[in-house]
Write a protein that binds this ligand. Structure first.
Ligand code: DGL
Length: 278
């Protein structure tokens, strides 16, 4: 089927995935759809959210007739991928936390998972950990406040460092596990948990905040997102990608004029309102 690649997220997070897709496929047409009327997904109840995701994706597919749907949202993918595949007649590529690549590079075998409250607790996430990182300590940090900061950033507002620090504090504690009292003692006890050296950005909003994340971190760590893996997956399941005049179309479920400039930086036009019917 000919048509653009449709990227879907609750909000602007999918733009981090769009950026990777544009790097891998500079000539492919991309459309973007986000459910900003229901944002943030990470705090929604599962059954209602599943229904909503299917309804919005169906409406977006009808509006832009894509050749493939990329669900650029960990919170949606870890919940509703199967439902979407059942309901849609096009290939669906999901986004799930990059536990496998993180486990491949972590030396200390202590990995941070920074994601929404929903994603850190999902059985899908646990299965990824059991399959690919069973020898690692995983520190899970629910950081839904960062979704709000990333949305504000795309609307032209500088992220608030204090609010970010508050959301990230549990992660920083795992990066530097010595307490001051402990580090002054002449006889260090062996640490029960090694220092964390790798952080999975398990929410597509978070790579948009990477400069702030790196700046606020007490020590350098590897930040791993899913963008490149998604781009490679698209190549595996779609024979050909098309360039057409639909490139850059953008759909939102609530008015989003404040995002027009931010969307333009990622190659998307001013948003059109998508009628979902629920
Ligand atoms: N961008 C979404 C993700 O990757 C989540 C944002 C939200 O909570 O809506 O999980």
């Amino acid at each position: 089927m000919k048509g653009p690649m449709l990227i879907f997220d609750s909000g602007v997070g999918g733009l981090s995935v769009a950026q990777s897709l544009r790097q891998h496929y500079p000539d492919a047409a991309l459309c973007y759809a986000c459910d900003n009327a229901w944002l943030p997904y990470g705090l929604r109840e599962d059954a209602a959210l599943t229904e909503r995701i299917v309804a919005v994706c169906r409406a977006a597919v009808a509006a832009c007739n894509p050749s493939v749907l990329v669900v650029a949202c960990n919170t949606a993918s870890t919940l509703a991928l199967e439902n979407l595949r059942e309901q849609l007649a096009i290939p669906v590529v999901g986004t799930v936390p990059a536990i496998k690549p993180a486990a491949a590079i972590s030396r200390t075998r202590h990995i941070g998972l920074l994601a929404t409250k929903a994603t850190v607790g999902r059985p899908y996430t646990q299965r990824l950990i059991d399959s690919f990182a069973s020898d690692c300590v995983i520190t899970r940090v629910a950081a839904d406040a960062l979704v709000v900061e990333a949305e504000a950033y795309l609307a032209g507002i500088t992220p608030n460092a204090e609010r970010m620090q508050a959301a990230l504090a549990p992660l920083w504690d795992a990066i530097t596990p010595f307490s001051p009292a402990c580090s002054l003692s002449s006889h260090h006890q062996p640490l029960a948990t090694p220092e964390l050296d790798t952080v999975v950005l398990g929410c597509t909003h978070f790579p948009l905040l990477k400069p702030w994340l790196s700046q606020l971190a007490p020590k350098p760590v590897h930040w791993i997102d899913s963008g490149d893996a998604i781009a490679r997956r698209v190549a595996q399941i779609v024979d050909e990608l098309y360039s057409d005049q639909q490139d850059g179309r953008c759909f939102t479920t609530a008015p989003a004029a404040n995002l027009t400039a931010g969307l333009a930086r990622y190659g998307f036009r001013a948003p059109q309102l998508l009628s979902v019917g629920c």
